[in-house]
Design a protein around this ligand. Structure first.
Ligand code: ATP
Ligand code: MG
Length: 222
């Protein structure tokens, strides 16, 4: 899979009708297997760019081409693209509080089926083992540490075997040591599964785990 942004613009209008141009002509090509860090100061548009990459946000103009398909055109089944190809790790993790860690990981599989197959369950166990959270898999989110929640969230994002993993400041709430562990796990996912990873972080230490860094400033990649 390849992901090509071509001259992407995105503005927002606030309640007082002031328009802010957040993305001002972003172009970038991300090939399968890449590991890209997106950095930039608060408000520089990192989350906005990640949401465009995840097809959660439609740009005002420009093209976004996923494997040859321009997904900014009307009529494209964005939900199908997202479910099949893209995994998300949100900054606040968004785990469901009433379910255990393992149940949270299995939940995306239940969007299109009434129960989980034996093969899917086996894959969940493999991810749980790979991310080192076997010991907490039966705990609910409120009983987990920040680093454990991050790992559960990464497993959940990987359960559908996405080709692209998008992670928005997954280490933002962690201490330096735990942030480093999570970044190393993402590196392992990139290397061992070949998953393309786009990681938003304001931390240059964490960004250094990626293969390259795109720095956002003044609406563009510097
Ligand atoms: N839905 C929206 N409506 C209006 N303005 C928005 C909206 N989403 C984002 N913005 C504005 O766009 C700018 C970029 O926001 P964005 O969330 O992409 O920044 P960021 O780089 O992720 O910041 P942070 O590091 O604080 O998470 C900000 O000024 C924000 O206020
Ligand atoms: Mg953000």
């Amino acid at each position: 899979m390849s992901y090509i942004l071509n001259n992407i613009h995105k503005s927002f209008t606030d309640g007082a009708s002031n328009t802010r141009s957040v993305l001002q002509g972003i172009s970038a090509t991300i090939e399968q297997g890449d590991f890209v860090a997106i950095t930039g100061v608060s408000g520089s548009g990192k989350t906005t760019l990640l949401n465009v990459l995840g097809t959660l946000l439609t740009p005002d103009s420009g093209e976004y081409i996923i494997n040859g398909t321009n997904v900014t055109l009307p009529g494209v089944e964005l939900e199908e693209i997202r479910n099949k190809h893209i995994g998300f790790v949100f900054q606040d993790f968004r785990l469901l509080p009433q379910y255990t860690a393992k149940e949270n990981i299995l939940i995306p599989l239940l969007a299109n089926a009434s129960k989980v197959t034996a093969e899917q369950e086996e894959y969940a166990e493999f991810l749980i083992k790979t991310l080192g959270i076997e010991h907490i898999k039966n705990q609910t989110p409120s009983t987990l540490s920040g680093g454990e929640k991050a790992r559960v969230s990464i497993c959940r994002a990987l359960i559908n075997r996405p080709s692209l993993l998008l992670a928005d400041e997954p280490t933002g709430q962690l201490d330096a040591e735990n942030a480093e562990v999570i970044a190393s796990l993402l590196q392992k996912v990139n290397e061992e599964f070949g998953t393309t990873i786009i990681l938003v972080t304001h931390d240059s230490n964490i960004a250094s785990k990626a293969k390259r860094t795109l720095r956002l400033a003044n609406g563009n990649i510097q």
